[in-house]
Ligand binder design. Structure first.
Ligand code: GUN
Length: 276
């Protein structure tokens, strides 16, 4: 049975560190959370982020726009937030409703307030390893690996998923740590042949049950980034946890693995933005 990588406990530690630094510093970090429309999952994430902020002494400001507010109104709001001194971080919850250009919205956020690290300037800095903010989920994964003494150097890391939010930056962060990295995606012909080569497997696709025990090299470290909500309302990752836990050496649970660390890194990024 694999060792369970407890992201929830680690996130608690990170939050305590952030809280201590906020208490020791002179200013209250402020995070603006912008939500457009009424996506149920987004609503849950936004509430969670506000609660996390409160627990760490970070001020959170919610801006909720109706789905039909329009991109111009959203861009005007972002401009105001860019210019507010009490707001250090700006997060626009994705996905946006139909009719909005996510790229235009993300690029309107000041790079120094871009706590998601989605702006081109921050993406470029991540690519060269010369960053201010790291994207929350990939950075959370790296912290889990570090905390459990799992060094990616020289390992073959296989990232399944090529999103701008997770897959691509995850591959870069692993590469910076001297891993050999393979990125797989929906058009990879024989996914299992690739994943079986992984010393460290990161699953970030969004399809429950995609990764099964037969796709895992015995002793591999398996990181499940996905949050899939089933018809029964239960949350599952991409990994068939029970089966894979019999083969892997380490595995993250869903929930309680990467998710809490994503949220913890957001808090740390907000603190960093306030310190800039
Ligand atoms: N939607 C799903 N994940 C994220 C994230 O990390 N940041 C934002 N802004 N929206 C998301």
């Amino acid at each position: 049975m694999a060792i369970i990588l407890d992201g929830k406990a680690l996130a608690r530690q990170v939050k305590q560190e952030v809280r201590a630094q906020v208490d020791a510093g002179g200013i209250t970090p402020g995070l603006a959370v912008v939500i457009v429309g009424d996506n149920a999952a987004s609503r849950i994430y936004v509430e969670a982020k506000k609660k996390d902020c409160a627990a760490c002494g970070i001020a959170s400001f919610e801006f909720a726009l109706p789905a039909d507010a329009g991109e111009a109104a959203l861009l005007t709001l972002i401009d105001e937030l860019n210019n507010r001194d009490d707001i250090h971080g700006i997060l626009v919850q994705l996905p946006l409703p139909k009719g909005y250009s996510e790229q235009a919205v993300i690029q309107a956020i000041s790079p120094t307030k871009d706590v998601d690290a989605f702006h081109f300037e921050n993406v470029g800095k991540i690519t060269t390893g010369d960053y201010i903010f790291l994207p929350c989920t990939p950075a959370g994964v790296m912290e889990i690996l570090d905390h459990y003494g799992i060094d990616p150097a020289g390992k073959h890391c296989v990232v399944v998923g090529r999103s701008n939010i997770v897959g691509k930056p995850q591959a870069l962060l692993l590469l910076h740590r001297h891993a050999t990295v393979t990125i797989c995606h929906s058009r990879t012909p024989d996914l299992a042949a690739m994943t079986r080569q992984a010393d460290i497997l990161v699953a970030a696709v969004g399809r429950a049950g995609l990764i099964t025990a037969d796709m895992i090299k015995p002793g591999a470290v398996v990181i499940d980034v996905a949050i899939n909500r089933g018809e029964d309302g239960k949350i599952r990752g991409d990994v068939d946890f029970d089966g894979v836990a019999e083969v892997a050496s380490h595995i993250t649970p869903v929930p309680g693995g990467v998710g809490p660390m994503t949220r913890a890194v957001l808090l740390r990024n907000t603190l960093k933005a306030a310190q800039l």
